[in-house]
Every structure is written in structure tokens, then in C-alpha cells.
Design a protein around this ligand. Sequence first.
Ligand SMILES: [Zn+2]
Ligand SMILES: [Zn+2]
Length: 392
Amino acid sequence: MGKVIALATPVFFALIALEYAVGRIRGRSNYRLNDALNSLSLGIMSQVVGLFTKALAIGIYAAAYSVVAIRELPASEWWVWAAAIVAYDFCYYWNHRLGHESAVFWASHVVHHQSQAYNLTTALRQTSSGALLGWIFYLPMAVAGFPPQVFAVAAIVNLLYQYWIHTEQVGKLGWFDRWFSSPSNHRVHHAVNDQYVDRNYGGISMIWDRLFGSFVEEDEKCVYGTRAPLHSWDPLWANVEVYTDLVRRSRQATRWRDRLATWFMPPGWQPAVPGGPTWQKPHFDVSRMRRFDPPMGRTARAFAVVNFVAVLVGATALLWYSGDLPFVALLAASLAVICVLWLIGAVMQGRLVPLHAIALEALAALLVAAAVAARADPQPASRDAAATQWCP
Ligand SMILES: [Zn+2]
Ligand SMILES: [Zn+2]
């Protein structure tokens, strides 16, 4: 998975450059440097964290497959691959729908929706905690007997397909918008307008939305983001904000039933006060949405761009070589990447001046040096020597 994303990275950035150029030529580019770098930072962080968690998700699937598969579908048959793409799309629909309609799943998925812009960088804005619970929705595929490698490819196809639909530069596409996930119907999905919220969950196909009553067409102008805006460029906070809110609210509840319900009811749910009305989604006035755009000086912009390019190159190399690195080196290099991403956010937000950020980066450089030292660790050789002692 990491290698596929590393290979796709130049294509992602070429298309971002194209979208930006087209937007500028048309006079309606919606790119802001801080927003774009923040979304891309969250994408990098999710891939780096995924080096540790994706194996868990695939491992659980493989374990479930070996125990509960009712039969083994042959990976050599083309129809198994086609059926896997459809089955994955169906499971993805429910994963995504619960990602909006149940608080604990929203706590993870919210990251993808925090941007108040809508462009190709938004597509790469992904959660780092998706692997924790997301696997639950795909267990029916293991029961049906789709081999793990077929499942993994279907997952990548679904993910990569969704890249191109995150753009305002492609208008309505007629019949295509009603049957397939497209820029128009996915703009609706990212909007907070009353008639758009919690609609159009489809990954590749819109059939599931049409079957289960969640499809709506785009008509009025979309306002993007979340109804409880993050207002921060901190990639760590972006990933934990809703979880911490859930912990706080469930601790405030007086009954165990309510504590548990806080996690599984819709986001923002509150237990009813004795004798009071039951909870309803609060009214939301879209015209009062405030854009988060703290000012950035020239030095801060230069720091953000230079560091982002460096961390992008480093993280792509990490994804490519992750399989060859000892665990300690992988962990140290991953922490260094996350540290730099956090620093970029802190400088863009004005929490740190670039000079202090550079000093902290020296610390991150030490982590990388430790990673390189661990790479050169002669331990495997000594393990071989130990093994040969036991050979007859
Ligand atoms: Zn969503
Ligand atoms: Zn999206």
C-alpha cells in the first residue's frame, strides 16, 4: 500500500498543479497555502501512521478470512475482482455513512472534512485513526471468501478513484452524476448547507445512496467544512479533537447508558435532562461560518514551503523503504516526519516563530540520525551467527 501511494505521489502533485493553473486562468482558484499544506500534512501523517496500523487492519481481515470464509473465491477469475470492487464499494458506503452518523466513527472521519476549501489537496486529507475500527465494515467480504490480496487491491482502487472527484474545476456531468461518485455530488458531501449535510456517501458508485435514500443533487452553492470548525493547523489536534470531546462529554454524563450512547449516537448528541425534551440536531446557520485564515508573514511562508518539500521527499522515501527498515529506525523516522509536520502547522498558525521551529528541527534531525544508526546496526549479522551455532 505504502509503495502504491509513493508511486502515485508525483501524479497527485501534477494534478494539483494542473488544477491550480486552471483555477488561476479561470480567475476562480480556491487554493490557500496554509489550507493546502495543512491538508497535505494530514495526508502524509495518515500514510506514516498507516505504516504501523494498516498491517493490523489487513491482518484482522486475513485472520477473519481464514476462519469464517464460507468458501475461497478464486483470485485467478476476473469476475472475482469485479465482484470485489462492487462488494468493497457497498461496505465502504456503510463505513462512510456510519462515519457521519455515529460519533465514534465521526471522530476518525472528521479529519477528511475539516478543510474549508475543496480541491485536490482535500482528497489527500485523511484520518490517521481509520484503521482502528474501519475493518469491521469489511468483514462481510471475508465471510464471502474474497482473498486478502483481492480485498487489498479493491481498497486501493476505491481510494484512488476518489482522488479526482475533489475539485470545483469540473462542473456537472449529467447522467454520470446520478450513477457514479463525481465532483458535483461529492462537493455536496463536503458541504454543511442544510439540504446537503450527511448526503452522497458513495465511493465509486451512487447506487447505494439512491437505494438507501441518501442521494441529493447539487443545486445551491456549497459551503465547505464542518459545523464545529477545527480552527487550527495542528495535524495532531485535528486527529484527536473529536475523541477528546467525546471523552469529556461521556465523563459528564451521569448514567452509564448515556456515557456509552455518547460514543455511538450521532455526533453532538446529548442525553435528555429528566423531564426535558429529547435531543435534536441544533439549528445551523450556514451564513455564520467563519473562515480560518490566520495571517502569515513572508518568513513563515518560506519556512512552511521549504519544510513541506523536505518532509514530502522524506516521507515518500520512508513509504518506499519502510519494509527494509528495522522497527526502531522506522519509528524514529516516522516521529521525525510527524514532528516536522507539527512544526509547519505551528509556524503557519503563529504559535512558533520560524527560528524556534528550526531549533526544534535540530531535535528531529537527531531522531533521523538515530534511525540511520539503527539501520547500520550489525544485530542481524550477530543473529545469523547465533543461528549457525545451532545448526548441526
Ligand atoms: Zn465523509
Ligand atoms: Zn471527500
